[in-house]
Design a protein around this ligand. Structure first.
Ligand code: NAD
Ligand code: MG
Length: 396
């Protein structure tokens, strides 16, 4: 039986993965090693019972008593805290879903790769913060990383049977998020609730807001560079409001391979779960006559400073991705908390990168995970200072 684990089981990607695992036979078809979650221990315990997991892990120590109670009599072990997440990642498994949100997903993924596992990677922050290290770690241990982000799954599928050297360009599609048609002055004053009204995709709160600001696409541009090894100027972004083409690969002979499908993450997750085979998936089929047309437009750089920042990060490389992601996470915290406005998020990231590039060598290649985590920590502090300064100015 295939041994599987899932990090971030209780999130949006986690729930979709759980749905597919149950449809494909559940505990009768998979041996579940570990499931991890955060504060929603009731749901975590329910999933662990359904899949008869060996161990359930909550990221938070204070949630452990509740998790223990919820698992009473099941024989499933309950553990808690960041160290417990690593212990869970060290339990050998054949397939591991990495679906924690944010840089917190980095270390568990690293640990999992050491055991030569196949890592289904939804946690794009891992590649943004530590792409070269992560890819090298996978190569060293004969482990495979399969992309779960819909764009990267699309590119991966468009590359089957092709030579990466024949690739001329990669076109990442972007829905534009909830605020794509708003005038610029109104965009700056958008609220959290407004940024959460995504037109096409149902996702976790953080990535939904990142879609509206295009920080999600900025992360994905960097993710593309790190995963597929193409040059930054080979990566384009196009706004495609229907979200039906998930991305495209252009070859040197001018041919474009596009991947189309319903906006349902179970497609990309199911592809990674069943790779290299394809299995029946419960996703809607496209009716082209009913759709009528697909539309595209170029992203406006003034609207989306995140895309410009991603280009700067790729030019700098080294630790710039770690700083960028950390600053983005803090800026998002402050926006959600009401301290800063929607447009201020890019200003916080910009200010953080500027401050760090004056004092630190952002371009230095990290020697190990510790260097990445140290820069992550530093950038969070710096971004906090920038966010508070901007927030104070706004209030005053
Ligand atoms: P989510 O917020 O719905 O779920 C996040 C999961 O991580 C939860 O299980 C939560 O308990 C856990 N978690 C949160 N903080 C943690 C911490 N500090 N330590 C340990 N666990 C923690 O997020 P999501 O939308 O499912 O996204 C998960 C990842 O997948 C992100 O990296 C996101 O960018 C990526 N992704 C998501 C989608 C989508 O459709 N939701 C699409 C593409 C990529
Ligand atoms: Mg995506």
């Amino acid at each position: 039986m295939r041994r599987i684990s899932m990090f971030g089981a209780t999130g949006s990607i986690g729930e979709s993965t759980f749905d597919l695992l149950m449809r494909q036979g559940g505990a009768a078809a998979f041996h579940t090693v570990a499931l991890t979650g955060g504060r929603n221990v009731a749901r975590l315990a329910e999933m662990a019972r359904a899949l008869r997991a060996e161990v359930a892990v909550t990221a938070y120590d204070d949630c452990l008593p509740d998790l223990r109670t919820a698992l009473a009599g099941s024989g499933i072990a309950a553990i808690a805290g960041p160290q417990a997440l690593l212990e869970a990642a060290d339990r050998p498994a054949d397939w591991i879903m990495s679906a924690i949100v944010g840089a917190a997903g980095l270390a568990p993924g690293f640990h999992a790769l050491r055991h030569g596992t196949t890592l289904a990677l939804a946690n794009k922050e891992s590649l943004v913060t530590a792409g070269p290290l992560l890819m090298a770690e996978a190569a060293r241990h004969g482990a495979r990383i399969l992309p779960v982000d819909s764009e990267h799954s699309a590119i991966f599928q468009a590359l089957v049977g092709e030579d990466i050297a024949a690739v001329e360009r990669i076109v990442l599609t972007a829905s534009g998020g909830a605020l794509r048609d708003w005038p610029l002055d109104r965009l700056a004053r958008a609220t959290v609730a407004e940024a959460l009204a995504h037109p096409n995709w149902a996702m976790g709160q953080r990535i939904t807001i990142d879609s509206a600001s295009m920080f999600n696409k900025a992360l994905e541009v960097i993710e593309t560079r790190e995963y597929f090894g193409v040059a930054p100027d080979q990566i384009e972004v196009i706004i495609h409001p229907e979200s039906l083409i998930h991305s495209m690969v252009g070859y040197r002979d001018g041919a474009m391979m596009a991947h189309l499908g319903a906006a349902d993450m179970r497609h990309a997750i199911g592809y990674a779960l069943n790779w290299p085979e394809r299995a029946d998936l419960p996703v809607a089929r496209l009716d082209f006559a009913a759709l009528g047309q697909l539309t595209f437009r170029a992203p406006d750089e003034a609207r989306y400073p995140a895309l410009r920042l991603a280009r700067e990060v790729m030019a700098t490389r080294g630790l710039a991705g770690a700083a960028f992601n950390a600053a983005k996470e803090i800026a998002l915290d402050h926006f959600i908390g009401g301290g800063i406005g929607f447009a201020d998020m890019a200003a916080v990231v910009d200010a953080t990168l500027a401050a760090l590039s004056h004092r630190n060598s952002l371009g230095n290649a990290p020697m190990g995970l510790e260097d990445v985590l140290a820069m992550d920590h530093l950038a969070r502090q710096e971004a906090g200072i920038a966010a508070r300064a901007i927030g104070t100015r706004r209030a005053g």
